[in-house]
Design a protein around this ligand. Structure first.
Ligand SMILES: Cc1cc2nc3c(=O)[nH]c(=O)nc-3n(C[C@H](O)[C@H](O)[C@H](O)COP(=O)(O)O)c2cc1C
Length: 118
């Protein structure tokens, strides 16, 4: 499954790299487009917010969206990884995994399995 991701400080990108996905599409400003089925892997911004570039991207590219993986930081309490919940609800796709920051080795293995399974 194609992976489209957003990463501002490198955590999500480091997970993509560790899994060994070399054809992932990075959302830089939201103007990107994808024409095949994909999973979105995003970080959480603000207080539980979907990053603005991801909102812009999904506005135009949601028809092939099949699932969401999200990174966050548990110090945000109730807003931990909430961008994933928001996307899952708004686009009616499964929330596949929540990961804290850059994740552990176990998280990376679990994320890899989720991507391969869908
Ligand atoms: C300004 C700012 C706001 C954030 N807000 C949240 C939040 O509301 N909930 C959360 O779980 N994590 C939040 N985070 C943590 C990031 O989502 C988390 O560190 C993530 O791994 C960053 O991914 P990236 O390094 O790929 O950009 C915030 C981080 C920053 C810098």
């Amino acid at each position: 499954m194609k992976v489209v991701y957003a990463s501002r400080t490198g955590n999500v990108e480091s997970i993509i790299d560790k899994i060994g996905i070399n054809d992932a599409i990075k959302i830089e400003d939201g103007s990107e487009s994808v024409s095949e089925d994909f999973i979105i892997f995003t970080y959480t911004d603000g207080y539980g917010d979907v990053p603005s570039e991801v909102i812009e991207f999904l506005d135009k590219n949601s028809s092939n969206l099949k699932g969401v993986i999200v990174s966050g930081d548990s110090s945000y309490g109730d807003a931990f990884c909430k961008a994933g919940d928001v996307i899952s609800e708004e686009y009616n796709v499964p929330l596949l995994y929540k990961v804290e920051n850059g994740g552990s080795d176990e998280d990376i293995e679990n994320i890899k399995n989720e991507i391969n399974k869908i």
